[in-house]
Write a new protein. Structure first.
Length: 79
């Protein structure tokens, strides 16, 4: 609800909500990123390199989606 002042309802759907242990696009980009990071941390040393890369790709995609819907609020001095 704190994002109501600066994100549209559609943007809030993309970003989703904080940690719900659902991931894979069901709860939004934020939950996806958190789930993938948790999987990497929890299974470090067990995952194969390609499985780690898959998790990292999910985090990257999620962050890209979040940044995409919040472009109005980017710091223009950052590249």
């Amino acid at each position: 609800k704190r994002a109501d002042n600066f994100l549209t309802p559609e943007s809030r759907d993309v970003v989703g909500f904080d940690w719900g242990s659902c991931a894979w696009r069901h709860c939004g980009a934020l939950a996806d990123a958190q789930e993938a990071i948790d999987e990497l941390e929890h299974l470090l040393g067990v995952l194969e390199p390609f499985e780690c890369l898959f998790c990292i790709d999910i985090v990257e995609r999620s962050l890209r989606d979040i940044f995409d819907v919040t472009t109005e609020y980017h710091d223009t001095t950052l590249q």
